[in-house]
Structure formats: C-alpha cells, structure tokens
Design a protein around this ligand. Structure first.
Ligand code: CMX
Ligand code: CO
Length: 151
C-alpha cells in the first residue's frame, strides 16, 4: 500500500549550489544532509510538507561522491534532473513483494537502509514505464511497527 509521495530525487553536479537555488527560489531549507556511502551519494533533504499518513514529502538533492554509482552514471548520460520518485509505504517489504509478484524487478531484495534511517528498495525503471521508483518506509513508521531499518 502506498500512502504518500515521500520524495522526488534530483541528481545534480553541485549539491551546495542546487540547495542554494531551492532556498532562494522557494524558501526551502535543508532538514538533513548525509553521505550514503553504499549509494555513492551526498544528499540534502528539503522538507516540503507534512502528509496525511503522519510523515512528510521531501526533495532529495543528490550529488555523486564517486564515479561508479547509479547517480554518476545517470548524470553523465542525461545531465541534471529528476532521477527517481519515491513512494512511502508503511511496509516496504510487503510493497516490494507485491511488486515482485507482479513481475517488476526489485533492485534491493531485501531492502536496505536509506536516508534518515528509513528502509528502502527500488523498482527497475524499465518495468515502471521509464520511472526509477523507490519504496520507502520511514524511520517513524518502522519504530511504530517495532521494526528496524535492516534486520
Ligand atoms: N530513470 C529512468 N531510467 C533509467 C534510470 C533512471 N534513474 N537509470 C537508468 N535508467 C535506464 C537507462 O536510461 C537505460 O535505458 P536504455 O537501455 O534504454 O538506455 C537502462 O535504464 C539501463 O541503464 P544503466 O545506466 O545501464 O543503468 P543500470 O542498469 O546499471 O542501473 C538501476 C539501473 C535502476 C539498476 C540503478 O540505477 C540502480 O541500482 N538504482 C537504485 C539505486 C539508486 O538509484 N541510488 C541512488 C539514489 C539513492 C536514494 O534515493 O537514497
Ligand atoms: Co531517494
């Protein structure tokens, strides 16, 4: 079950410059920054609004920190822009399982730790009409369920 758009992932060459653009243009502030080593990215999470399911909707700005990662490859091919969308779900394992049963390739099985201690996986863009689709269970939802990001 999907209960919100959790975030839009935007690939950029220069994170600080891009953060500055969103601050100047829309007044959005950085809530959280982090290097996600496993994904090879430095991220900034800009909170847009709260959502009906008790979570929030974010912009996730992504700058690659090494050449051999998905965002670096994508930037090289396409340039800056929207890299993925992320749907929030209270149970990423169940949502990914259902997608897998429907014949959609699930990239991380089992899910991994994502931004802000969430639990995430991705669905292959070629099976989602060209959209790289992330599934996210937030740290708050994991805590409410008594689950951990990665068991
Ligand atoms: N959106 C849409 N299509 C995409 C895409 C994207 N973000 N990334 C790749 N593709 C398409 C390519 O255009 C290519 O299509 P063509 O064959 O028609 O040219 C095809 O998918 C294969 O592209 P590739 O560059 O060879 O990419 P890979 O197969 O090596 O990787 C994927 C694709 C989905 C497995 C990889 O991007 C991945 O593992 N993604 C999940 C991890 C990730 O994206 N991490 C960064 C975000 C971290 C976060 O959000 O926290
Ligand atoms: Co993301």
């Amino acid at each position: 079950m999907i209960t919100r758009i959790d975030h839009i992932g935007i690939a950029c060459h220069d994170l600080d410059e891009t953060v500055d653009f969103y601050r100047r243009t829309w007044g959005l502030e950085v809530h959280h920054t982090q290097v996600i080593e496993e994904q090879g990215v430095r991220e900034a999470m800009l909170r847009v609004n709260g959502t009906d399911d008790g979570n929030a909707c974010w912009l996730q700005l992504l700058e690659p920190v090494r050449e051999d990662c998905a965002v670096a490859t994508w930037l090289e091919r396409h340039g800056e822009g929207v890299h993925h969308i992320a749907f929030g779900t209270p149970d990423v394992d169940a949502a990914a399982g259902a997608a897998g049963e429907a014949g959609i390739r699930v990239v991380f099985d089992p899910p991994r730790t994502g931004s802000m201690d969430s639990r995430v996986t991705f669905l292959h863009p070629k099976d989602c009409h060209g959209v790289l689709t992330e599934l996210v269970t937030s740290a708050g939802d994991l805590a409410r369920r008594g689950a951990r990001p990665v068991e």
